[in-house]
Design a protein around this ligand. Structure first.
Ligand code: FES
Length: 579
């Protein structure tokens, strides 16, 4: 990386707008001065975009306008010119059919906004699950100097004296309600304690995971992912990011210099140590695809095998993000991982990871365990399964599964959609016992479309009433990062794309052997081939619009579920202009 004291001689990118001679320059400058800026903002200083995914439809990001003000303070302080602009926003809980359908659309929109505007650098403000990966994908493809500032988690949830985790306790309360151990009135009371402040989900769900991984990748300032949204240090982080991006813009430090193979390997290992979301697999594959870094699904298994789960957070453990923050956050995890990480990697701070982590301390060993006393042993993170039911692979989060079910043989009970399962799961005569393998298909990237988080579907009522707490479930869907259970996810190819899952029949025997990384359907190769030969793809119910584009071009889960024509980078250059 270049030194801060030796800025490159060539003019900044924004100079081709604001330093232009004649009519063009006059248009660019004078129209922007309609916002009341003094002329000296066009003196050649870096123009810094603040890409803001604020929206009242995305509660997790609703505080980001305040965060943007703090970023602006930092940009002005460092001699830059900040310009905030809105981006698409993706509210995980409200959007239908699923926010994941729109991750690629947001990534495409942000990429084009970065390239089209007179920006020398950008601060990306995200929070909710899909907003962080969408912005990282965009930054990789536009390759403009960038720092991410995630909005921080909510304060710990509280209900009747106990910690309540967003998402994780929704599944628990749903099961308690279905089993008759909780009343609807009690659920309403619990709801009010579950989201006590602004910020994203405060379990180690997808939002927290992606915030921690943005920090690990080196695109978020060290030590910043875990500060709660309501903590003043969230704004301090934002102001610091505003200062730092001005330097990165002057030195032309681009994401392509940071998003290296080493960065992704570190992210995979930190994801294993924090008990991170299975969704990180798909998002990291997609970001790597944009950055041109070769990353395979099997890397997630192979690189994570020597890494124990250290962080004792829901859904795998007991605590929440506030506790993680006060215990030392991502840096304390990095320090503990030591040589398991590539310490020479340099991110937006300009300092090698090993040097930064060496200063970190752990303040609560029950929240962030040591390598000598981990929460779960090495190799207990996300496992990648192979077999004739998932030739393109599948994943299972071992730390959130029941150990007794990690080796299991049972007969399949197959549903073609999550809606079909929901209609059946309350029936008294459902032909299922606790050894049954429940299968929901038609929920992959093309199938739903958008690969919703329905893989950890609730167990059948008759079994919940008998006290059954977990069963093997298999799906081409995803699972919320806040979810748990013995759930095989991301089966590829998905059923609607003609994977073997499409021809699985109720009553077929399935063998799951997670220690052997195997998921097999017990039918002969000839029988499987004969079934596939007569299988017909269902007609798509999406004749037009973005959903049609998505279904026609989305890649399978093992390739990151990006659109095929968005993979890679085009850089920030714009060959033509309109004046
Ligand atoms: Fe937004 Fe969980 S719903 S982070």
């Amino acid at each position: 990386m270049a030194s801060a004291t030796a800025p490159p001689a060539s003019p900044l990118r924004s100079a081709s707008w604001f330093a232009a001679q004649g009519r063009a320059g006059m248009i660019y400058r004078s129209w922007l001065r309609a916002e009341g800026f003094t002329p000296d903002v066009f003196d050649g200083r870096p123009v810094i975009g603040i890409a803001n995914s604020w929206s009242e439809l995305t509660p997790c990001n609703v505080h980001l306008r305040g965060v943007a003000e703090a970023v602006k303070r930092g940009v002005w302080q460092a001699g830059g010119f900040p310009l905030e602009f809105p981006t698409m926003s993706l509210g995980e809980t409200l959007m239908r059919p699923t926010a994941m359908l729109f991750r690629n659309l947001m990534a495409m929109e942000v990429e084009e906004l970065l390239r089209a505007n007179p920006l020398d650098g950008v601060v990306l403000l995200s929070g909710c699950d899909k907003t962080t990966p969408a912005m990282l994908m965009a930054a990789a493809s536009a390759d403009l100097p960038a720092i991410m500032v995630t909005g921080g988690p909510m304060l710990n949830g509280k209900f009747r004296g106990q910690d309540v985790g967003s998402g994780t306790h929704v599944w628990r309360f749903e099961a308690e309600l279905a089993a008759g151990r909780m009343t609807q009135d009690e659920v309403v009371l619990a709801e009010s304690g579950m989201a006590r402040s602004c910020g994203h989900c405060m379990t180690m769900g997808t939002a927290s995971t992606m915030a921690c991984l943005a920090e690990t990748l080196g695109l978020q300032l060290p030590g910043s992912a875990a500060w709660p949204a309501a903590d003043s240090r969230r704004l301090l982080t934002a102001q610091t990011a505003g200062q730092r991006i001005v330097t990165l813009a002057r030195e032309r430090v681009r994401p392509s210099q940071i998003l290296t193979r080493a960065a992704f390997e570190n992210a995979i290992r930190v994801n294993a140590a924090i008990g991170g979301s299975t969704n990180a697999v798909i998002h990291l594959l997609a970001i790597a695809g944009r950055a041109g870094v070769p990353l395979r699904l099997d890397d997630f298994d192979e690189l994570a095998r020597p890494v124990p789960t250290l962080v004792n957070l829901m859904p795998s453990g007991e605590y929440l993000m506030e506790d993680f923050c006060y215990a030392g956050g991502v840096l304390a995890v990095m320090r503990e991982l030591g040589d398991l990480l590539q310490g020479a990697h340099v991110g937006v701070s300009g300092r090698p990871l090993a040097e930064i982590a060496a200063d970190a301390q752990c303040w609560n060993r029950d929240v962030i365990r040591s390598l000598a006393d981990p929460l779960q042993p090495p190799g207990s993170g996300t496992a990648v399964l192979r077999g004739n039911l998932c030739p393109g692979g599948a994943v299972i989060k071992q730390s959130a599964a029941s150990p007794r079910l990690l080796r299991h043989r049972g007969q399949a009970l197959v549903f073609d959609s999550i809606e079909e399962y929901h209609l059946a799961c309350d029936r008294d005569d459902l032909a299922a016992d606790e050894s049954t393998v429940l299968v929901v298909r038609g929920a992959g990237p093309k199938g739903y479309p958008g690969m919703p988080e329905v893989g950890n579907f609730v167990l059948p009522r008759i079994l919940l009433e008998r006290g059954v707490t977990d069963m093997v479930r298999i799906s081409d869907a995803r699972m919320s990062g806040t979810g748990y259970g013995t759930v095989v996810l991301h089966v590829a190819p998905e059923a609607v794309a003609g994977g073997p899952l499409a021809v699985l029949r109720t009553g077929d025997w399935i063998t799951l052997d997670v220690p052997a990384r195997s998921l097999r359907l017990e039918v002969s190769d000839d029988e499987l081939a004969a079934r596939l030969a007569v299988w017909q793809p269902p007609a798509s119910p999406y004749p037009r619009g973005y959903a049609r584009l998505y279904v026609d071009h989305v890649l399978q889960a093992d390739q990151g579920a990006d659109l095929d024509f968005l993979v890679g980078s085009s850089g920030a250059a714009v060959p033509r202009h309109n004046h």
